[in-house]
Design a protein around this ligand. Structure first.
Ligand code: GUN
Length: 292
């Protein structure tokens, strides 16, 4: 069994990005600039955004953090997005999700200019990705594909089972995995109403779990030699930890790992790759490579 080290892979990719940025700066070009909008003080979102700002530093990017309180009016947020869309010194920006209930997340996402949508959440980017046109691809699916590539794990012709059909992981991952240019795999998407779930999983060469249900995938659902990718990051109470919680993946790691050829840990697997792919998208935005 090989443990897929997302932290080390992400560090290597960030070093590669930094090298490219150093060359851009040496040629007299501007550093790529990522802006992040954070609304409120949700613990998870604070951590994610802090890590995104740190990753920008590691890559040699400029970053700007824009904060609003929980009670911000939707229109104020939309006005800020319009300002960022028009600001030529900002290459890409994100609005950290989730947003407070009184704000329509889809309206906010739709307001972001597609050529600055480095999260790849805008319907134009989702649609372009789905039909194989150049686009920004959302970071978690891209991070998973990159991990598989960097570990020389073949996907072409393989049976891939994805657990979860979310807009930001399951659906885009299924699209990419089936496309000739990316996964070229045979893809099955399962969800909370799927029958024969165990049988589906047992037939998979690669299982990717993104359902947010701690330790859901058990050893008796995995065939010998399978590759298992765990996207889950649920905070579960743990009094022995400094913050009072630990991150728990969607895979029962202890039981499943001995059966796998490759498996990602939580933390240190897919998570670090997600932020790293946001950096890759920001570099692409900085180089104005969106439409290639
Ligand atoms: N919330 C959880 N994941 C993400 C992400 O990738 N981007 C944004 N903007 N918000 C998130």
């Amino acid at each position: 069994m090989t443990l897929i080290d997302g932290k080390a892979t992400a560090a290597r990719i960030k070093a590669e990005i930094k090298e490219e940025v150093d060359q851009m700066v040496a040629r007299g070009e501007r550093r790529p600039h990522l802006a992040a909008i954070l609304v409120g003080h949700d613990g998870g979102s604070e951590t994610y955004v802090k890590n995104k700002v740190l990753a920008c530093e590691a890559c040699g990017f400029q970053s700007t953090l824009i904060r609003f309180e929980d009670d911000v009016a939707e229109q104020t947020l939309l006005d800020e997005i319009a300002r960022l869309n028009a600001d030529d010194t900002v290459d890409g920006f994100i609005v950290q999700l989730p947003l407070p209930k009184h704000i329509d997340e889809q309206r906010v996402t739709d307001a972001i200019a597609p050529n600055k949508d480095v999260d790849g959440f805008h319907p134009v980017n989702v649609g372009r990705m789905a039909i194989g046109l150049p686009s920004f691809i959302s970071a978690t699916p891209l991070g998973i594909l990159t991990l598989l590539q960097r570990y020389d794990i073949p996907t072409s012709g393989k049976k891939v089972v994805i657990l979860g059909r979310s807009n930001i992981v399951g659906k885009p991952l299924a699209q990419l995995m089936m496309q000739k240019l990316y996964g070229n795999a045979t893809v099955t998407v399962c969800h909370s109403r799927s029958e024969q779930l165990r049988e589906e999983c047992l037939s998979a060469d690669i299982i990717i779990v993104a359902i947010g249900s701690p330790a859901f995938l058990k050893a008796d659902m995995v065939k010998e030699g399978a590759v298992v990718i765990d996207v889950g990051t649920t905070r579960v109470p743990d009094a022995t930890r400094k913050g009072g919680f630990r991150l728990q993946g969607d895979v029962d790691f202890e039981g499943v790992a001995p059966k796998c050829s490759f498996i990602t840990p939580v933390p240190g697997g897919v998570g670090p790759m997600t932020i790293c792919m946001l950096m890759q998208n920001t570099l692409k935005a900085g180089k104005r490579e969106y439409y290639q």
